[in-house]
Design a protein around this ligand. Structure first.
Ligand code: ZN
Length: 335
């Protein structure tokens, strides 16, 4: 549905004047910063309870998808098909794989469950194919990452490629683009490389037990770990370090996960899992505060807290690079 159509719909069904509606939409757009006018209008309509967000009549751009939209119609190119994950739930076998699909405006993840997995073979789907997505439900997480839930009536099918954008370009933009080096004052959504110092560490649980089958946080009861889906499991422990980085131009909240956090700390989650939070906090502070590093990662919007944050994919030590440079110079001088 276009912006004009949504506006018409709100005008018709609410008691607000056009100016009042536009004002609300603008405010919503400003509040969320990155959302399109169309997306903001959807949210206002949703808040007023006058639109069921059903939009089968027109193909939507992925950047305009918002949480809760139903019956969507999308078209996009498959950038990646994940490996098949098989699991057991209540004694029944299940499987899931994820399609990562983009139309050039954003990326969506489409999980295919159980029988839906067979569509990949039936339609002979491969990377680079363009598919239509019919009848899904949009879920958007706190980082603005979008997922399409297909459920019973949802369908995907291969269709002709009229997107006018190459697989390579989409992959660079949404999957593994070479990060730009930026200063924090210029921070915005995207993949970046930033040289900065860790100036603050937030006290958190730091070590989280995850179900090895579904990667969801499990509950600890005594010395048992229980997954809601998989019952008692032997969890994988992951390390999460939330901090603030500063490069002299601005500060930004950053989060390091798993191997990256372990690399920063030079300690494994397994080695910390039996310690009290306070003890871990002291270890983390002692080891990471004041460290100047190259942070490589993706700046996302944390919608829950309405702020930008850096999800760190890798860290590089500055000294190492300086040393490599010096070494390279030496080699040149001798050459
Ligand atoms: Zn599980």
């Amino acid at each position: 549905m276009s912006f004009e159509k949504i506006l018409e719909e709100i005008l018709r069904k609410s008691k607000l004047s056009k100016d009042e509606i536009l004002e609300r939409i603008k405010r919503k757009q400003a509040e969320l910063q990155i959302i399109s006018l169309e997306g903001a209008a959807y949210l206002v309509a949703k808040e007023l309870g006058i639109l069921n967000l059903s939009s089968t009549e027109r193909r939507l751009q992925m950047k305009n998808l918002v949480d809760g939209m139903k019956n969507i119609f999308l078209k996009g190119k498959i950038l990646k098909i994940s490996d098949l994950i098989e699991f057991e739930k209540n004694g029944k076998k299940g499987k899931v794989l994820n399609l990562f699909v983009s139309d050039g405006t954003d990326l969506v993840k489409i999980p295919l469950w159980n029988d839906q997995v067979d569509w990949v073979k039936k339609e002979n789907l491969r990377e680079g194919d363009v598919i239509e997505v019919l009848g899904g439900l949009v879920r958007e997480n706190a980082f603005g990452e979008k997922e399409i839930i297909l459920r019973k009536l949802g369908r995907i099918r291969k269709t002709e490629d009229d997107l006018r954008v190459s697989l390579e370009e989409l992959k660079a933009k949404f999957l593994n683009t070479k990060p730009w080096r930026i200063k924090l004052r210029d921070a915005t959504l995207g993949n970046y490389e930033i040289i900065a110092t860790i100036v603050q560490v937030f006290k958190s649980k730091f070590v989280f037990p995850l179900c090895p089958a579904c990667n969801v946080s499990v509950k600890q009861e005594g010395n048992k770990y229980l997954c809601k889906i998989h019952g008692e499991v032997k969890p994988n422990f992951i390390l999460v370090i939330p901090c603030i980085i500063d490069d002299g131009t601005a500060t930004l909240r950053a989060v390091l996960f798993r191997e990256v956090a372990e690399k920063l700390l030079s300690l494994k989650a397994e080695e910390l899992k039996d310690l009290e939070t306070n003890a871990i906090y002291e270890i983390v502070k002692k080891n990471v505060l004041g460290k100047e590093l190259i942070f490589v990662g993706r700046i996302r919007k944390n919608k829950f807290f309405n702020r930008l944050e850096l999800l760190v994919n890798d860290i590089k030590h500055l000294n190492y690079i300086e040393e490599s440079k010096k070494l390279a110079e030496k080699v040149e001088n001798y050459g």
